[in-house]
Structure formats: structure tokens, C-alpha cells
Design a protein around this ligand. Structure first.
Ligand SMILES: *[C@@H]1O[C@H](CO)[C@@H](O)[C@H](O)[C@H]1NC(C)=O
Ligand SMILES: *[C@@H]1O[C@H](CO)[C@@H](O)[C@H](O)[C@H]1NC(C)=O
Ligand SMILES: CC(=O)N[C@H]1CO[C@H](CO)[C@@H](O)[C@@H]1O
Length: 401
């Protein structure tokens, strides 16, 4: 997910798909530091069915309904981890999000907005944690999928992957329209705070409290049908990619954006020459409209207005004969090949949402359908994201960074 600040309204409306989450059990009494200086956190992949609203609307007669808005509230895939908050490690399921920078959880007395069941994925009760400290200031965020959360800033112990960090700033959210909490692990400068109020977020605290050597983590989303993936803070798993990791420079001061040179599809090389945000909190990918439309035309995807403001999305017939690959080439030469099958998301009644949608900004957002095919080492100290083609394997060869 991306927080709203740098996005136009158009981008917000097209960002209908965000990530959801599920939990793993936090091992109790595993509070020792890993000698290698790495913390591995497994996450679960949750695939939500599309909402019934959409299935009812699409009754096989889309062409006649071009001007009727279609509301897409659906969330497709979520990468979630279970973490514990407080002295008593109250379990919370959080979306792991490289597109934002703040951790927030749902307070036990929170008000859920928009008829969302916001307390189904864990709640936090500050009264039962002896280490809880309210900071007296207010957190507020709006994400690209239009969900929002507010509540007081606080500090407490945060536990995951067998370790605990203390005095971590996070938000104890008392009002939200999201049904799952978020752990943003992007840049400190991307935090949703007033200027001058930036704080050490999770990756920085891990380093400052001595658990990892660099503010860095590696992301392995795993194969499209896998139920789990892994993030390794402070380390890299050399068994999980082929060739070598190519360090691409981060080109934005506050976002995990690198330069995307070209997108190749069906014999055409499209000159992108702009930034691409590598966002684990977004399911689909969003690219400049001119190139999105050319690729959609080739793939026989078609545009449908899905919003009363006139915005829409590309859809595709699920049985369309789609073969081939989309190849992304980055500024320093990293090259990732994504099979076209990654871009077809079932939406009911024989229709699928197309996985490359137009972005409202010049820069692209490459979501999970891209990220799954790359092994990524985000190094926030070195200002690089190193990329190589992923190798789906249970083998592992983890070294610290
Ligand atoms: C949430 O917390 C803030 C700050 O403590 C408070 O001002 C606000 O009234 C609370 N909102 C709800 C819905 O409880
Ligand atoms: C791609 O576009 C950029 C910016 O418009 C331009 O500088 C560059 O020369 C183009 N590259 C190719 C191979 O056409
Ligand atoms: C991982 C998990 O339990 N997700 C749940 C979060 O809450 C929503 C709304 O109730 C459920 O649909 C998810 O299954």
C-alpha cells in the first residue's frame, strides 16, 4: 500500500487491490538474538474471494453497462505476519507493507468504519501491557486503496521472529476502515507524521537495538500457489535467486522507488524511463496509461468504468488465450520475467481483472504479481534495492547483510 500523500485521486481509485494477511504463531520464550544477525519472519498468503457485489454486477453483459459504476472493494491477496505487541505479546495480524512506513494495530475499543469488521484480525488492549506508553499525539493515514486509520501514537514492545524490540513507536488505532492492521517497513522519511516528528520505525529499531547489522531486508513472496513466504531482516537467502543480485539505486527520498527502463511484451519494447515503486502492499501493477493501454490491447484486455467518478479498470476474459511474458528491465540492468498468467485475477462470471492497470502518476507501482518473480534485497542504508530472478525452492543459504 502507499499512503495518499504522493498520489492523485486517479491513482487512488485504481489501487483497488491491497494486501491482506494472516498470522503465524509467535514462539514464546524465544527472545534470544540470532548470532548471525538475521531475523526471519514467515508470512502467510491470504487470497480473498472477490466481493459478491462485483459478481452480481458482472452478468455477462458488460458492454451495455459501460457507464454504470461498478464498485470494487475487493482485496485480492494479502501478505500477513503475526506479531505481538506489549509486555504480554498480544497477537496481531499485520500486512507487511514496503509501500508505507508506520506500524499500527487496532485498539480493543476501536470504532470500525464503513461496516468493516476491523477487529477480526487481532486487537490490542493497552491496559494489559505493563510497558505501554501513550505519546499524546495523533496518528492519521490514508492508503492508496482508500482505507484510513487514526489513533494515538504510543510506544511499546514489539515481538516477532523470535525477538522483541522495546520502546517501539506505533499507533494504537481507535478508528479504521481497514480490516487488518499494517506494518509499514519503508523509509523513515515516508512516515505519516508532521515534519520534524519522524521516529525510528521497525527496521531502524532492529538495527539500533543490535538485532541486525544494516537497515535491510530481503523479500521472498514465493510461487503463485504457495501459502507462505518469508522476509529476512538483516540478511539475504542466496539459495532463492538465480544469477546475481543487481543493486538498483533508490531514486526517491522517501519511497522504495527504482528506475524502470523498459517493459517488453509481445515483441515490443516500451520505453518507460521512470521510477517504479516496489510495493508488497499492492496486488496488481500500475504503469503509465499510454503503455498500459497498448499492453492491454495486445492482450485483449478491455476497459470498464468501475467508479462513479469515471475511473475504471482493465478486465480480461479468463479464458483468453494468453501466453508469453512481460519482461521488466531496470536502470542498472536487472531483468525480471513475469509470465502473463500472473496478470489474470478471477472476478466471477468468466471475467478476470487484468493485472497491469494505468497509474495516475508517471512512476509505476509494481505489486505482488511482479514481486513474486523477483528476489529482492532492500537496503535502506545503502539506498539500493538489489534484484535477481527468483528461484522457488525450500533450500536456504542465509547470510547477514
Ligand atoms: C481516539 O483517540 C483520540 C486521542 O486519544 C481521541 O481524541 C479520539 O476521541 C478517539 N476516538 C475514538 C473514536 O475513540
Ligand atoms: C527513452 O525515453 C527517455 C526519456 O524520454 C529518453 O531519454 C531515452 O533516450 C529513450 N530511450 C530509448 C532507447 O528510446
Ligand atoms: C488473516 C485473517 O484472519 N483475516 C481476516 C481479517 O478479517 C476479515 C474480515 O472479517 C476476514 O475476512 C479475514 O479472513
Amino acid at each position: 500500500m502507499v499512503s495518499i500523500l504522493s498520489f492523485t485521486k486517479h491513482a487512488l481509485n485504481t489501487l483497488a487491490f491491497a494486501l491482506l494477511a494472516q498470522g503465524i504463531v509467535i514462539p514464546d520464550g524465544l527472545e534470544k538474538r540470532d548470532g548471525a544477525g538475521v531475523i526471519a519472519l514467515d508470512f502467510n498468503v491470504v487470497r480473498d474471494p472477490l466481493n459478491t457485489n462485483l459478481a452480481q454486477f458482472i452478468d455477462g453483459d458488460l458492454a451495455k453497462r459501460k457507464n454504470t459504476p461498478l464498485t470494487l472493494q475487493n482485496r485480492k491477496t494479502y501478505y500477513s505476519a503475526n506479531i505481538g505487541i506489549g509486555s504480554n505479546k498480544q497477537p496481531q495480524t499485520v500486512i507487511l507493507d514496503t509501500g508505507s512506513s508506520d506500524l499500527w494495530v487496532v485498539d480493543v475499543n476501536a470504532q470500525c468504519q464503513d461496516d468493516i469488521d476491523c477487529k477480526d484480525n487481532g486487537t490490542f488492549d493497552p491496559k494489559t501491557s505493563t510497558t505501554y506508553q501513550s505519546l499524546g499525539t495523533q496518528f492519521s493515514i490514508v492508503y492508496g486503496d482508500e482505507t484510513s486509520s487514526q489513533g494515538p501514537w504510543a510506544k511499546d514492545t514489539v515481538s516477532f521472529g523470535g525477538i522483541s524490540i522495546t520502546g517501539q513507536q506505533f499507533a494504537d488505532v481507535n478508528s479504521t476502515s481497514s480490516d487488518v492492521a499494517v506494518m509499514g517497513i519503508g523509509f523513515k522519511s515516508g512516515e505519516s507524521v508532521e515534519s520534524g516528528e519522524n521516529y525510528d520505525n521497525i527496521p531502524i529499531t532492529l538495527k539500533k537495538q543490535g538485532f541486525i547489522k544494516s537497515t535491510a531486508y530481503s523479500l521472498y513472496l514465493n510461487s503463485p500457489d504457495a501459502a507462505t513466504g518469508q522476509i529476512i531482516f538483516g540478511g539475504v537467502d542466496n539459495a532463492k535467486y538465480s544469477g546475481s543480485l543487481v543493486p538498483e539505486s533508490i531514486t526517491a527520498p522517501d519511497r522504495l522507488i527504482i528506475k524502470l527502463d523498459t517493459i517488453d511484451y509481445a515483441g515490443t519494447s516500451y520505453n518507460y524511463s521512470d521510477g517504479a515503486l516496489l510495493d508488497s502492499g499492492t496486488t496488481l501493477s500500475f504503469i503509465r496509461p499510454d503503455i498500459a493501454s497498448q499492453i492491454a490491447r495486445h492482450a485483449e484486455a478491455f476497459w470498464v468504468i468501475t467508479d462513479s467518478s469515471g475511473d475504471g479498470q482493465y478486465f480480461i476474459n479468463c479464458n483468453a488465450p494468453v501466453s508469453g511474458n512481460v519482461v521488466y528491465t531496470f536502470g542498472k540492468g536487472a531483468k525480471i520475467t513475469v509470465p502473463l498468467s500472473e496478470f489474470i485475477f478471477p472476478a466471477g462470471n468468466g471475467l478476470c481483472v487484468w493485472g497491469i492497470q494505468p497509474s495516475g502518476d508517471d512512476f509505476a507501482i509494481l505489486g505482488d504479481n511482479f514481486l513474486r518473480h523477483a528476489y529482492l534485497l532492500y537496503n535502506l542504508d545503502a539506498n539500493t534495492i538489489s534484484i535477481a530472478p527468483v528461484k522457488f525452492t525450500s533450500d536456504s543459504d542465509i547470510v547477514s547483510v
